[in-house]
Design a protein around this ligand. Structure first.
Ligand SMILES: Nc1ncnc2c1ncn2[C@@H]1O[C@H](COP(=O)(O)OP(=O)(O)OP(=O)(O)O)[C@@H](O)[C@H]1O
Ligand SMILES: [Mg+2]
Length: 259
């Protein structure tokens, strides 16, 4: 059943901001365990699309459907507010480009991770603290920083904490918007490496927005290339990057600095 049915089904999705098009004519499926990268230049509609997929924005037309844990596929537009919140707390993660948007900066690192666990029903203080400590370790944050606030962390540590906070509940689907965008290049590499390991270990499905084709190559199996709100090319990441068909993708690929 699971391998046969997409986790997300997107059909003729459009989002307008007044007369301006955010994204339009978007159709694709996301399969369980798949990492899909959305790439394209600034203003091409990547964040708009990601927010529609994760029920943060209501589409102007078309649909996004999600296969729930019970196997039923539901149009996100048909979910009640309570159901939508439940998905966001449990089944889904959302990693923001700016960690401050995804963390509570004034509570401790441990509480940031523990809070998501409490949302799925864990109440036992000792277990909360142990699991939080465990996850800090998995994202390479020293256990003795558990009572520090993220405001005292470096950018890379904050991003790793945000990742821990998102993954601790074992979500089925994680949305990421430029998760390494605000970090120094050396810090980026470490966060990416960590993400790649966790995604593989947990068998996560991921939709990741990036303008960095190297990030897309490293993390994703499949890619969508957007321009002007539309998909101009889609395919297996290696194929798209090694043999881009659309002139715009060719331009993007040609502009990657040689490494
Ligand atoms: N809240 C908004 N109100 C009006 N227009 C918006 C809004 N958000 C985005 N847009 C417009 O929608 C289009 C797509 O923007 P979006 O933020 O999705 O692009 P993006 O690909 O994520 O860009 P970036 O790489 O710079 O983050 C742009 O023309 C943008 O100006
Ligand atoms: Mg964006």
């Amino acid at each position: 059943m699971s391998a046969e049915t997409p986790l997300l089904t997107v059909r003729s999705l459009e989002k307008r901001y007044g007369a301006r098009i955010g994204c339009t004519g978007i159709s694709f499926d996301l399969w369980p365990g798949e990492v899909l990268a959305i790439v394209g230049e600034s203003g091409s509609g990547k964040t708009t699309l990601l927010h529609c997929l994760s029920a943060r924005l209501e589409p102007s037309a078309g649909s996004v459907s999600y296969r729930m844990r019970d196997g039923e596929t539901r149009d996100l537009a048909s979910l009640s507010e309570a159901e939508r919140r439940f998905l966001m707390r449990t089944d889904w993660g959302f990693v923001h480009q700016n960690p401050a948007d995804g963390l509570r900066m004034r509570v401790s690192a441990g509480a940031n991770v523990g809070e998501r666990l409490m949302a799925v029903g864990e109440r036992h203080y000792g277990r909360l603290r142990e699991t939080a400590g465990d996850w800090l370790g998995r994202v390479e944050i020293d256990a003795e920083r558990i009572d520090d606030r993220p405001s005292e962390f470096s950018g890379g540590m904050r991003q790793r904490l945000q990742i821990a906070r998102n993954l601790v509940t074992h979500p089925r689907l994680v949305f990421m918007d430029e998760p390494t965008g605000g970090l120094d290049v050396s810090v980026q590499a470490r966060v990416l490496d960590l993400l790649r390991g966790l995604v593989a270990d947990l068998g996560l499905s991921v939709v990741i927005v990036t303008h960095d084709l190297a990030v897309a190559r490293l993390l994703s199996q499949r890619m969508i290339v957007m321009r002007g709100g539309e998909i101009v090319e889609e395919g297996l990441s290696d194929r798209v990057l090694d043999d881009p068909h659309h002139p715009y993708t060719q331009l993007l690929v040609a502009s990657i600095p040689e490494s």
